[in-house]
Design a binder for this molecule. Structure first.
Ligand code: NDP
Ligand code: PMR
Length: 362
């Protein structure tokens, strides 16, 4: 972990390093912990700098959101990323102001890394006001499944299970925050919602009876897919997004009243240029942006998408909990309707309970 652009001594050899001790050292050296801000010259009480954790902030939507928040001057961003150098370079290239961010290592493909991340973040000794579960992998061309360190199929393991553990662990930190509006945001997508045209492009999301998830999603003696069917990388991604949206709603039902935390999800628009499509065939990467720009008209730039997610982080008008936000053609936010499966309360409960077992919380 380190703040701003100075690479930490362990950046090149992370395996040999005790990250928690690094955390303590970095804290003293680099982090300007935000404190209560005194009254402004106009006499109005201003809120202290908020602290927002964003996973996958090294590129695409996460980076654009981190930049938008950092540039507002109202947020300190904790960039939770698996590649320190890539993130440091990206933050610098994006022109994020010095002192406005801290990079903390997080590999969502390892539950140990998630637990270590939580410890490291706590050692920063700054309140956690917002958590954004944004990172994702998409493996549409994979013929065979790959697996996380804990043996879960990669897309659901990273996009859903890693984030599930992270969010559950950090809920108590959010609860403890004194920030006026505390939020946990889990990025969803239109392609997980079969009540849309985009969600009806095969392979469609479908969690089925969750038999694969119940069996551990490890592909050994059981399927690597949540519904227990043959592996399909594109479907695994869409299934993971359904889990993301169900998890947000289950959090809302279980914890909104008790904690006052706002739980939200969103579809930021089709950001056709991001690294999400890095594993897709070159022809797709060439045609996808113009197809979305000129045919579906669902395209948004990374910058615009980042502003949208930044709104969900900080806009006083978006405090409603349990909402899946989308934006219309004029870039105005509205509460969108989720598909039948992505709003199935019974399925949400089952996904929650099975996920708890898989990540060792139950
Ligand atoms: P990017 O590929 O640009 O960003 C994904 C981020 O996730 C990267 O920072 C990547 O890190 C990180 N990541 C991947 N695996 C891990 C891991 N194991 N541990 C930690 N971080 C990891 O894609 P997008 O910006 O497009 O995607 C961001 C979110 O937006 C996703 O949740 C996606 O589902 C959602 N979304 C995207 C849409 C689009 O059109 N692009 C549309 C709707 C939703 P690294 O840089 O190291 O690879
Ligand atoms: Mg889609 C309004 C129509 C619309 C929108 C908003 C999207 C978004 N897509 C739409 C339509 C179509 N797409 C149609 C008609 C087709 C068939 C030609 C189509 C195809 C398509 C493919 C092959 N679309 C895709 C793919 C992908 O590989 C992307 C994907 O599913 O990633 C999981 C994708 C996407 N389309 C979108 C969005 C937002 C994506 C990508 C990312 C995501 O959901 O996270």
């Amino acid at each position: 972990m380190a703040s701003n652009s100075t690479p930490p001594p362990w950046a090149c050899a992370p395996k040999r390093v005790n990250t928690s001790s690094v955390a303590i050292r970095a804290q003293a050296a680099a982090v300007s912990a935000p404190t209560a801000t005194p009254a402004s010259p106009s006499g109005k009480k201003t809120v202290r700098t908020g602290n927002a954790i964003i996973t996958g902030a090294s590129s695409g939507l996460g980076l654009a959101t981190a930049k938008a928040l950092a540039e507002s001057g109202k947020w300190h961003v904790i960039m939770a990323c698996r590649d320190y150098l890539k993130t440091a370079r990206a933050a610098r290239a994006a022109g994020m102001p010095k002192g406005s961010y801290t990079i903390v290592h997080l590999d969502l493909a390892s539950l140990d890394s998630v637990r270590q991340f939580v410890k490291n973040v706590r050692q920063l000794d700054m309140p956690i006001d917002v958590v954004v579960c944004n990172a994702a992998v998409y493996q549409p061309t994979a013929k065979e499944p790959s697996f996380t360190a804990d043996g879960f199929e990669m897309s659901v393991g990273v996009n859903h299970l890693g984030h599930f553990l992270l969010a559950r662990e950090l809920l108590e930190d959010l609860k403890a925050s004194d920030y006026p509006s505390k939020r946990l945001i889990i990025v969803g997508s239109i392609t997980g919602n079969t009540n849309t045209l985009a969600g009806n492009v095969p392979p469609k999301a479908n969690l089925g009876d969750l038999r694969g998830l119940a069996a551990g999603l490890n592909g050994v003696g059981s399927a690597a897919m949540i519904d227990g069917a043959e592996f399909d990388g594109a479907k695994a991604y869409k299934d993971s997004k359904v889990c993301n949206m169900l998890t947000m709603q289950e959090f809302h039902r279980r914890y909104h009243e008790e904690t006052g935390v706002t739980f939200a999800s969103l579809y930021p628009g089709c950001i056709a240029t991001t690294g999400l499509f890095r594993e897709h065939i070159p022809l797709f990467r060439l045609l996808f942006p113009p197809f979305q720009k000129y045919i579906t008209k669902g395209y948004v730039s990374e910058e615009e998408a980042g502003k949208r997610l930044a709104q969900v982080v900080s806009e006083p008008s978006l405090t409603k909990s349990g909402v899946y936000w989308s934006w219309n053609k004029n870039s105005a936010s509205f509460e969108n309707q989720l598909s039948e499966e992505a709003s199935d309360t019974e399925k949400a409960r089952k996904v929650w309970e099975l996920s708890e077992k898989l990540v060792g919380l139950a």
